[in-house]
Structures are given as C-alpha cells and as structure tokens.
Design a protein around this ligand. Structure first.
Ligand code: ZN
Length: 384
C-alpha cells in the first residue's frame, strides 16, 4: 500500500518556520504529526495566498466561550478550551483567580485531570499571593502572603500540573517562595506587584522568569523609581507577557517591550475571561461580578479591568497590522517562546517535522481561516 489515507500536504502558502518564512512552502501532515517528506498519494490542499503559522500557545488564560477555567466544571473547562482552539490556540494553560485555598486546591485537582487527558497544558495560579495594592480583579479579603507552605499546598493539589504561579515577590516570604517554585520546575512569575526596581531584581536573581502581563497591575516606570517594569524588561532571564487587545496596552508600550526585550523574550497572552469568544453581557471572574461592554471586561464594583475578551488570533493580527511587528517575531512570541517556557518545545511551538501538527491558516490580511490540532481540522479552510 503506497502512502496513507491521512497524509495531507498543505501547499502554496507562506510558511513561517524557525529559520524564516518560506514562500510557496509546503507543510506535510502525517496522522497527528508534521512530517519531513511525503508519500505519493497524499492529498494536497491549495493554500496559496495564505500564511501557515504554528498553533498558538497561551500561558495565561482564565476561560472563554462563556465558561470559566477558574470556577467551572470539567465540562465548562472543555467549552472554554474549544472556544480558544477555534481562534488558533492549540495549547492552553488554565489560569485560576484568587479564591479560598480549599477551593483553589479542589479546582487544581479538576484541572490536573484535564492536563493528564491532554486537553490543557498545565495550571497557572494567579493569586492569592498578590499585593492588595495591585489586586486588579482579585478579591482583597482572600489575598495572602506567599507562605512557602501554602504555595506548596497548591503545587501538591495540582499533582505535577502546576506550570506557573504569579506572585508579588516583595511580600513577606516572597523570595523564599520564588526559590521553592524554581526548585520544583514551576515558573515564578512576578505580577500584581508593588515591588521596587531593586526588589524585582532580587526576585529575578532568586529564580523568577516571567512578568505577568507586563505594565498591568504593577507600578509605572518613573525616572527616579524605575520599578518592576524596567527590571523585568532589561533582564535576559525574563520573558514578559503582553495582552495585545488595545485596551490593556497602548501600541507604543507594546512596541517598547518588543524592542527592549527582543521578540525572543515576549509571550503574547490573552488573560481571557469567560466572555472571550462569547460576547458582551454579565459574567463572573471568580467571586466577582464583571460586565463586558464593547468587548471590554470591567468589575461591576470599582470598574477595574477584569481580564480580557481577547483571543490569540486577534492578538496576532493586531501585532502585525497595528504594531508593525514582523510576522516571524509575532510567531516567536505567540508560539515558540511560550512552548519553550512550558518545556513543551519538543512537541509544539514550531512547524518542524516530528512535532504535533498544530497550525493556523491566516489569509493575506491575517484573518484566521483554518486551525489544525494534532492533524485534525478544528476550523477547516475553504480549500479543504
Ligand atoms: Zn489573569
């Protein structure tokens, strides 16, 4: 028997590889993987006029499609995962929000099962170890200091699926907790913080490697008090998350981060809440009520921005068309860098042969036209 029925060649597109963009390139899919060569009877899909880029990897995401990762049932979580897959995110980490410790531990258990099933790529704890001064859309009365024993409790509840914990590292025991996370191979992310420049440098030296939504929920840069932003941007060991929805960041702030950190140290995230891919209306973010109007999510009480309704296809399109970031740099920051941070770069994050066939098809205007995950079309391009 020559060839396999499930062998597909995506032909004619501009294909973005780690080495650069190939005009009129080919991506060969065999079963669930990308292959280096093809068999004769492979089906060819003509994607001329389109881009083929690696599937997106989101390391900070609280839900979508009307469903919450932070408080939902397993079924809800899968609804959210599907909503984001339809927008190109083929790998997603589920983010929690501040809640009671017992509740967070239970939710971590539920999420860890979905990690084991391959639906999620891990768990990100955002809160409760954050600063009351920079609480954003987290319940103040449930915040606590990052006591290593409490951090440990959450890691244990996640049964090996915890990938990242956001901390205000200047709080009592913050540095000890950063060390504990680093020792366990869990990313310590600096965020929702009121730290000074010097305190942030100390956290990075202790092992913190990610900035949780840089600029948001931290002091702004001052020329005498540069604060956490300058420390996080300048250090080669740190990857900075950016929410490119046009609400959380001015395009100039995004461009400054790209230029200063370089595309190798940016991770585009959504920080999405339930309304992503679902529309305006009333929602909840953990225990807090949120109203989404015109795609912007704000707390009903106080009006703080409460996550985003962003999906990564929009973040990609904005980065290329509004922020004028080169396509190859956007691909690094939306796929390769987050895959590397998660330790999943042997399987996802680029279109190299041997990796999962996770890819996104975009038209010439960078509008999403197709999504494939593990060789299966989630969104079929018209040519299929
Ligand atoms: Zn968040």
């Amino acid at each position: 028997m020559a060839g396999r029925a499930d062998s597909t060649v995506l032909a004619g597109a501009r294909v973005v590889l780690p080495t650069g963009t190939v005009e009129n390139g080919r991506v060969i899919v065999e079963g669930t993987r990308i292959a280096g060569s093809t068999t004769e009877d492979a089906r060819t899909v003509d994607l001329s006029g389109h881009w083929v880029v690696p599937g997106f990897v989101d390391i900070h995401n609280h839900g979508g499609g009307g469903a919450s990762f932070a408080t939902g049932t397993a079924e809800d979580v899968l609804t959210g995962v599907r909503a984001h897959r339809e927008h190109g995110t083929t790998t997603v980490v589920a983010s929690t929000v501040t809640g009671e410790m017992d509740f967070l531990a239970r939710q971590a258990g539920l999420l860890s099962e979905l990690v084991e099933q391959g639906e999620l790529a891990g768990i990100h704890f955002e809160g409760p170890f954050i600063s009351p001064c920079r609480k954003g859309a987290h319940s103040e009365e449930l915040l606590r200091d990052p006591d290593p024993a409490e951090v440990r409790k959450l890691l244990d509840a996640a049964r090996g699926s915890a990938r990242m914990v956001t901390l205000a590292t200047e709080l009592p025991c913050g540095i000890e907790s950063v060390r504990l996370l680093a020792e366990h191979g869990v990313i310590a992310a600096v965020g929702h913080t009121d730290a000074t420049y010097e305190q942030t440098v100390e956290a990075i030296d202790a092992g913190a490697t990610v900035a949780t939504h840089l600029y948001n929920a931290m002091p702004a840069i001052g020329h005498r008090a540069p604060g956490p932003i300058a420390a996080l941007l300048e250090d080669e060991r740190v990857t900075v998350e950016l929410i490119n929805d046009g609400t959380h960041l001015h395009p100039a702030a995004l461009e400054l981060a790209y230029h200063h950190a370089g595309a190798g140290r940016v991770a585009l995230i959504t920080d999405a809440m339930d309304a992503a891919g679902a529309g305006d209306g009333f929602y909840e973010l953990g225990p807090l009520a949120v109203e989404v109007r015109g795609g912007v999510a704000r707390l009903v009480e106080g009006g703080s921005i409460a996550g985003s309704t962003l999906t990564l296809d929009t973040a990609f399109r904005r980065a290329v068309t509004i922020d004028r970031i080169p396509v190859e740099d956007v691909v690094r920051s939306i796929s390769a860098n987050p895959a590397r941070l998660l330790g999943l770069d042997d399987r996802v994050g680029s279109l190299d042969p041997g990796k999962d066939a996770d890819l996104v098809v975009l038209d010439a205007d960078f509008v999403l036209k197709g999504v494939m995950r593990q060789g299966e079309w989630i969104v079929k391009p018209a040519a299929v």
